[in-house]
Design a protein around this ligand. Structure first.
Ligand code: CTP
Ligand code: MG
Length: 286
């Protein structure tokens, strides 16, 4: 297993840390893990063993998917989209608790999904809000009020192809920084535009080497994320991810290399792609 020997501001080379064993809600380091730990420099043992709380925003309606129900309840290769997301999070050895932000109208369906899954990680349903930002706010508020949680990962229910390794890499990286996101380098040339007299007009072309496409998981020190969300509420800031709140406050957010296959299922076309990717993974695992 390769390891991150040094922190260089980019956390892309942190390794898979999937060596912890979950037993009855507790985390036990395996021997292999402890041996491997020697290769980590600058990371404290007790920090590595901090359990990670995960919030899954799942309270949207999936308008762009065009279905009659929340897109996360749609079937994908034999089980609902949300079940794939939960399965990956459950298999991540660093995740010790999952909160699903969701609309009460979806709770019976989600409870049915959970009943069919036999997850080893405790899961709690929490009421989501009218926007993703409000849903996350409510989840962060819940965890903050517990008074015992230090760090949190947030992962969109709609990114059901994220692997357990990605969760674990984000959890490990979050022991070293207070804010991070999974992201991948942008492949296309991106144009900044404005509406001109004859249509949409290009304004500029940002240097591609500096552009990253944001994904989730995103991870934060909980007290800072709570502070950021409170400030957003006071100032009326509206953002589409949590990192943007940190950015507005001038707080650093680092990049963990994400996964190309970590799509956010948004339109029916994404369902087709996701099915292909999952199918391929299942075949490779055979
Ligand atoms: N989400 C949420 N609460 C909301 C809106 C969105 O928790 N009020 C969640 C979604 O369930 C999804 C994630 O945020 O897992 C990312 O949002 P998106 O992909 O935009 O999902 P929807 O908002 O459901 O889709 P659309 O924008 O097409 O309606
Ligand atoms: Mg949305």
């Amino acid at each position: 297993m390769s390891c991150c020997a040094r922190f260089d501001g980019r956390l892309s080379d942190l390794s898979d840390t999937g060596l912890k064993i979950k037993r009855g809600g507790q985390v036990w380091p395996s021997l292999l893990w402890l041996v491997d730990l020697k290769q980590y420099t600058g990371i404290r043992l007790n920090a590595l063993l901090d359990p990670m709380h995960l919030l899954i925003p799942a309270a949207g309606s999936g308008k762009r998917m065009g279905a009659a129900v929340n897109k996360l309840l749609l079937p994908l290769l034999g089980q609902p989209i949300l079940a794939w997301t939960l399965q990956a999070a459950d298999r991540a050895s660093s995740i010790e608790w999952i909160g699903i932000l969701s609309q009460p109208g979806d709770w019976p369906a989600i409870e049915q999904i959970l009943a069919a899954m036999d997850l080893s990680t405790p899961v709690q349903l929490l009421q989501g809000g009218a926007t993703r930002q409000e849903s996350v706010y409510r989840g962060v508020e819940y965890l903050y009020n517990l008074g015992t949680v230090e760090r949190v990962l947030i992962h969109d229910g709609a990114r059901c192809l994220a692997t357990p390794k990605l969760f674990d890499r984000c959890s490990a990286a979050l022991q070293q920084v207070d804010g991070l996101i999974a992201a991948i380098p942008v492949k296309d040339t991106i144009k900044v535009t404005e509406t001109g007299p004859k249509g949409i007009q290009i304004q500029s072309t940002p240097e591609r080497s500096r552009l990253w496409a944001a994904q989730t998981p995103q991870g934060f020190r909980l007290s800072l994320l709570w502070q950021a969300h409170r400030e957003a509420l006071a100032q009326g800031w509206q953002v589409t991810d949590d990192a943007a709140l940190f950015e507005k406050l001038g707080w650093p957010v680092y990049i963990v290399e994400g996964e190309e296959s970590n799509l956010k299922l948004t339109t029916p076309w994404d369902l087709v792609l996701a099915e292909q990717i999952l199918q391929q993974r299942l075949e490779l695992a055979r």
